[in-house]
Ligand binder design. Structure first.
Ligand code: BGC
Ligand code: NOJ
Length: 814
């Protein structure tokens, strides 16, 4: 069953009924001002940081889940009937409801009793505001007299405090209303220099800024008393719950269309120019007024929307493919790339599953996200890398998270996730291969943001590597610390106290438990670092790194191989995890995927065996399960992984993030059929026909699909903000389609299904547009290349030595 359809031409997913199984959302904004918007206009907005600078309020654990948002009400002033054109919150039976989620915008609309209304929600580039462009058409045969009401609820900035500290917060809310503009200025009188505003292009008849006055006692958003009455009370909030609600009247002849533009924005004043006049307590509106005036004008709004479209067309145009599979094309060309930009912007902070008040930007997560977006916004990737590296500790270890507003490491969570530092090496390598910008390695970057501690970025990479070398365990593998990629494999935690964090509780000294996964990661990161060192002219260092890598590979073979697959870890008692000897958790996906993609076991058959074991024990129709058999009880020595019911999350869920590791691993053993088959099993577009089971958005990946041990097998959860986005994008574009960035040029090395006769692609790489045509002449993966008609050796297309900016690459597979 479906709830809509893909409109590929417009790069939109069109939802055709509002009661989707879960809120199906989109993101507004891609620079500093952001919003989450659901298919019923729910969600919230913030400036840079979803926790510290929240603009509108969201209530956690809401019923329904998706309540509170950017709500517009229409009221027929003759009958007094009112409804929401976005369905929520009044939930009337609408005709022709559609929600078009597009690239950076969402258009929601419907018809009700002959009145058609659509709202285009978007954030203009380079502005800290969002626009709701409402278009209303009277399709009745009679003139219509309507009232339009808007509503948003302000958050008192720090969303965590806002949700809990009522004894203070009920007394601090402050607004100003001037010329129809509602200014929210809570705490501006003291230490803040920012405020929010809400305004509209129509003539404001009445307004409200106090929630209780607008909705009325014992009422909610579905039946505000002000809307019912057809007139607001011009309330000015002092304390309690400041909102913005406006009332505009419209008279529409039959067939007539009118537009109203609403603008919700965020603005900062210089500290010494906060008030006007300076000795007053009145907001200085001098610098915000021109911005407001500009965006209440539809010419500017239309232009801004067009610029946004061009922005996305440019970003997505960098890599476009045409394959025999529509789901591959749609995800690569549109949605997967778009999701990679969302994970870049949000990391794991704000979605309907990530509260925005929990995690900031993850060190591991953000480094991996680079794989998916570096080609689209290389300059911002550079900045992100330097920000991340600046939170690294002098030991080479890393804070697990940092806050985007302050760019400081998060002390509550701290560090000691021993895989973390390695991801920096992989992120930097991806950046270098894409851009060729070696200057980044010489950038001075501090440790733990301490002024004076700056060292070239390259040294940060060296310290990352050394961090693990200083932490070898009894088998010569790597000590795991608090956890590795699997945040829930907490081998030093031993927590028996309810409420303790599995990630930050450590009851063991951590000198025994080892991770085979980090060993695989070490091999990959070590190779990348050696390559970088070599190209920096540090041949001796490079040799040394490779020697360490070879040693680690041998150790993995000796202590990390279980006979048919790679082990997962050793626990604090030195016992195996992920072994045939275990009763539960005999085989894990992470080490199979990661060791093989790192190249371990390619020359002695272990890789192929590991892949066959994945296929036999872990692969299901809904994707590859994280581990089997699922843990049926809590194991003190394993931690959070065994806290989840069977089939969910890390306890044998289909954790989509590491499925692409296996896809890449399959390409490394040359199995394009399996690689693409695995790709398709979790491809959200391919799963669209089972939307009633899958339940999450069919246009983006979710972190998890419930595994076969779960009663809800096949149900996805936690969509949008997941490493799944970057890794799937990387797996399909760079390994299956095989258009791979390298230091020496663009490598073309597809490992595609045997049944594919070929595919086409366009890839802009270091300023050159490569038109790539791949054709199958035989069943294998052997590549022969012709560049602008001339055969070349090997599979790397060097950058043109001349002024050519367009290059034709013909690849024949045999
Ligand atoms: C989740 C993990 C997540 C961790 C972050 C755990 O509860 O299962 O997926 O990475 O929390 O703190
Ligand atoms: C989600 C976290 O964001 C990510 O860092 C982690 O690797 C996975 N969960 C697995 O636990």
């Amino acid at each position: 069953m479906t709830f809509g359809f893909f409109d590929d031409e417009h790069k939109e997913y069109v939802i055709t009924r509002p009661d989707t199984p879960l809120p199906w959302i989109n993101y507004l904004g891609c620079q500093a001002y952001f919003g989450i918007i659901s298919n019923t206009a729910g969600g919230y907005s913030f400036y840079r940081d979803a926790r510290l600078r929240r603009i509108t309020r969201y209530r956690y654990n809401n019923v329904p889940f998706d309540l509170g948002g950017r709500y517009i009400y229409l009221r027929d002033d003759e009958s007094g009937q009112f409804w929401s054109p976005s369905w929520q919150p009044t939930r009337h039976d609408l005709e022709n409801y559609t929600c078009r989620h597009g690239m950076g915008y969402t258009i929601i609309g419907s018809r009700y009793r002959g009145i058609e209304a659509h709202t285009n929600y978007f954030v203009p580039l380079d502005e800290n505001l969002e626009i709701w462009q409402l278009t209303i058409t009277n399709q009745r045969s009679k003139r219509a007299a309507l009232s339009v009401f808007s509503s948003i609820e302000f958050c008192l900035w720090d969303a965590q405090d806002d949700a809990t500290n009522f004894q203070r917060n009920f007394s601090i809310g402050q607004v100003e209303v001037e010329d129809g503009v509602i200014y929210h200025k809570t705490e501006y009188r003291e230490r803040r220099n920012h405020f929010a505003y809400f305004t509209c292009s129509g003539k404001v008849e009445t307004f409200d800024t106090q929630r209780e006055v607008f909705v009325g006692p014992y009422r909610g958003w579905e039946r505000p008393v002000g809307v019912e009455r057809g007139r607001l009370a011009n309330s000015v909030a002092h304390g309690w719950a400041p909102i913005g609600a406006q009332h505009v009247k419209l008279e529409l002849e039959p067939g007539e269309t009118q537009q109203i533009i609403f603008v919700l924005g965020y603005h900062e004043n210089p500290q010494n120019q906060k008030f006007d006049p300076p000795e007053s307590q009145t907001l200085n509106k001098k610098s915000v007024k021109p911005v407001i005036a500009k965006y209440l004008d539809s010419t500017h709004v239309n232009r801004a929307f067009e610029k946004l479209r061009q922005y996305w067309a440019r970003l997505l145009g960098i890599c476009q493919v045409e394959t025999p599979d529509v789901h591959t094309d749609r995800m690569v060309n549109i949605w997967n790339a778009y999701q990679c930009m969302a994970t870049f912007n949000m990391s794991r902070s704000a979605s309907f599953y990530e509260s925005g008040i929990g995690r900031g930007l993850g060190f591991r997560d953000s480094n991996q996200d680079l794989l998916g977006f570096v080609h689209m916004v290389p300059a911002r990737a550079r900045e992100r890398i330097l920000d991340l590296a600046a939170t690294q500790l002098p030991t080479g270890g890393a804070y697990h998270q940092y806050q985007p507003l302050t760019k400081r490491g998060n002390n509550d969570v701290g560090g000691n996730f021993n895989d973390d530092p390695h991801w920096l090496i992989l992120g930097v390598a991806a950046y270098l291969k894409e851009t060729g910008d070696w200057s980044i390695l010489d950038e001075p970057v501090p440790y733990d943001n301490h002024p004076g501690s700056e060292q070239p970025l390259y040294e940060h990479l060296e310290r990352s590597f050394k961090y693990t070398l200083d932490r070898l365990g009894p088998h010569g593998l790597l000590l795991i610390g608090r956890a590795d990629w699997d945040d829930c494999l907490n081998l030093n935690c031993f927590s028996d106290t309810p409420g303790q964090s599995f990630q930050t509780t450590t009851n063991k000294d951590g000198k025994v438990a080892e991770s085979v996964f980090i060993a695989g990661l070490f091999v990959l990161a070590g190779r990348e670092l050696a390559d970088i060192a070599q190209r920096r002219g540090l041949a001796e260092e490079a040799k040394d790194y490779l020697a360490q890598v070879a040693k680690m590979e041998a150790t993995i073979r000796q202590h990390g191989w279980d006979g048919e697959w790679f082990l997962r870890a050793y626990d604090d008692f030195g016992r195996k995890i992920g072994s045939k000897e275990c009763r539960e958790g005999k085989i894990f996906i992470e080490t199979q995927g990661f060791c093989v993609l790192a190249g371990v076991g390619l020359d002695d058959g272990l890789a192929g065996q590991s892949m066959d074991s994945v296929n036999k024990y872990l692969a299901t129709q809904h994707g590859i399960i994280l581990q089997q058999p699922a843990y049926s009880k809590y194991y003190l020595e394993l931690g959070e992984i065994s806290s989840y019911p069977r089939g969910y999350k890390e306890n044998a869920g289909i954790f989509c993030h590491n499925n692409p590791w296996v896809m890449i691993a399959e390409t490394r053993v040359g199995n394009g059929d399996r690689a693409h088959d695995y790709y398709s099993r979790i491809n959200p577009s391919a799963r669209e026909p089972i939307s009633d089971l899958h339940r999450c958005e069919p246009y983006v990946y979710a972190q998890m699909i419930a595994g076969r041990d779960a009663p809800t097998y096949g149900e996805a959860k936690n969509s949008w903000l997941t490493g799944t986005a970057a890794w799937n994008y990387y797996a399909i574009t760079q390994w299956i389609l095989g258009i791979r960035t390298s230091y020496d040029g663009l490598q073309i090395s597809p490992v595609i299904p045997k049944s594919w006769r070929g595919f086409k692609a366009t890839r802009i790489f270091r300023g050159v547009t490569y038109h790539i045509v791949v054709e199958r002449a035989g069943e294998g993966n052997q590549v022969a290349l012709r560049v602008d008609g001339v055969p070349i050796k090997g599979d790397i297309v060097p950058l043109p030595g001349d002024a050519r900016r367009e290059v034709l690459v013909q690849a024949t597979l045999s």
